[in-house]
Design a protein around this ligand. Structure first.
Ligand SMILES: [Zn+2]
Ligand SMILES: [Zn+2]
Length: 144
C-alpha cells in the first residue's frame, strides 16, 4: 500500500481514525497513535471542546509580592559621600556647596579660593561630611 496523499510513496502506517494508509510525513502521532492530518485536526478540536470548560476555571494567582524599593522617600537625592569627596578635592572652590544647594556659600568659597582659606574650610567640611550621620545629612541638606 502507498500513501493516500502521495501515491509514489510507500505507506508507513495507517490512520487510527479512518484506517487509511499514509506515509510518514502525512501521519501525525497523537497520544502514541497515528492519525492523518484530517483526523488529528478533528481529534484536537474535540479535545479543545472537552478541555475548554476546565480551562475557564482561571486560577488567579496574583503575584502580589510587592518588593519595596531600596530607596525610600526618606532617602536623600544628594549623596553624602559625593559631597564629602567634592569638599575634599574641590572644597577650595566651594563645589560641594553648589552640590548641596548652598550656592551663596559656594560662591564665597569660589571668589576667596585664592586665599586658600576656603581650601581649609573645605577640608573641615569634608571631614564633617565624612563623619556626619546619614540621618543628619538628610535633615541638613535634603530640603534645600
Ligand atoms: Zn484519518
Ligand atoms: Zn503522504
Amino acid at each position: 500500500m502507498n500513501c493516500k496523499n502521495h501515491p509514489q510513496l510507500e505507506a508507513l502506517g495507517t490512520c487510527v481514525g479512518c484506517g487509511t494508509f499514509f506515509c510518514g510525513s502525512c501521519l501525525l502521532e497523537v497520544g502514541r497513535k497515528h492519525y492523518c492530518k484530517d483526523c488529528s485536526a478533528d481529534l484536537l478540536r474535540k479535545q479543545e471542546q472537552e478541555a475548554s470548560p476546565r480551562q475557564q476555571i482561571v486560577i488567579t494567582q496574583q503575584a502580589s509580592q510587592q518588593v519595596s524599593p531600596p530607596s525610600g522617600p526618606t532617602r536623600s537625592t544628594k549623596s553624602r559621600m559625593t559631597a564629602a569627596f567634592l569638599a575634599l578635592f574641590l572644597g577650595g572652590l566651594g563645589i560641594h556647596h553648589f552640590y548641596l544647594g548652598n550656592g551663596g556659600t559656594g560662591f564665597l568659597y569660589f571668589i576667596f579660593s585664592w586665599t586658600l582659606i576656603p581650601a581649609i574650610l573645605g577640608l573641615i567640611d569634608a571631614i564633617s561630611l565624612f563623619t556626619m550621620s546619614e540621618e543628619k545629612f538628610h535633615l541638613k541638606y535634603r530640603y534645600r
